[in-house]
Design a binder for this molecule. Structure first.
Ligand code: HEC
Length: 120
């Protein structure tokens, strides 16, 4: 009888330990993205440009904007040949003209360029 009680006590202790957390680290990572830090055109950049630039750099362009920024290759090309990175960081001559975007948005675009213009 006494031994049985000890067994119960032992089993309950084991259960408590098991439920008291700490083993979460062993569960498989549910995130399907193998590299969650990569910034892609379709995942991030397209939306930033759409929200901040396409009112002028749309297709067709408006407000005298000199080029469209509505596709992956147009945005990439504007970085490579039209100084897009320097314009979005230029307080004296900013793009958009109304004022610099958030530091977060500018960092994301910089990261996208640094990571080699990932599309997807
Ligand atoms: C309100 C309209 C407007 C918005 C919004 C706007 N632009 Fe512009 N953009 C222009 C105009 C007009 C010019 C041409 C005059 C100049 O260079 O300032 C231009 C020029 C540029 C140039 C230089 C092109 C060249 O060949 O010299 C770049 C790069 C650029 N824009 C990028 C952007 C980006 C990126 C955004 C969004 C983050 C943006 N613009 C938002 C109107 C706009």
């Amino acid at each position: 009888m006494k031994f049985k009680n000890l067994t119960y006590a032992f089993a309950i202790t084991l259960l408590l330990f098991n439920c008291s957390g700490g083993d979460d680290d062993l569960s498989p990572n549910p995130d399907p993205d193998p590299d969650p830090t990569s910034v892609t055109y379709n995942g991030t950049i397209k939306n930033i440009i759409n929200n901040n630039c396409n009112s002028c750099h749309g297709s067709p362009t408006s407000n005298s904007a000199p080029m469209s920024l509505t596709t992956y290759s147009q945005v990439k090309s504007a970085v490579e040949t039209r100084g897009l990175i320097s314009r979005i960081n230029n307080t004296a001559n900013p793009m958009p003209q109304s004022g610099l975007m958030s530091q977060t948005n500018r960092n994301l675009i910089q990261q996208w360029v640094d990571q080699g213009f990932l599309e997807n």
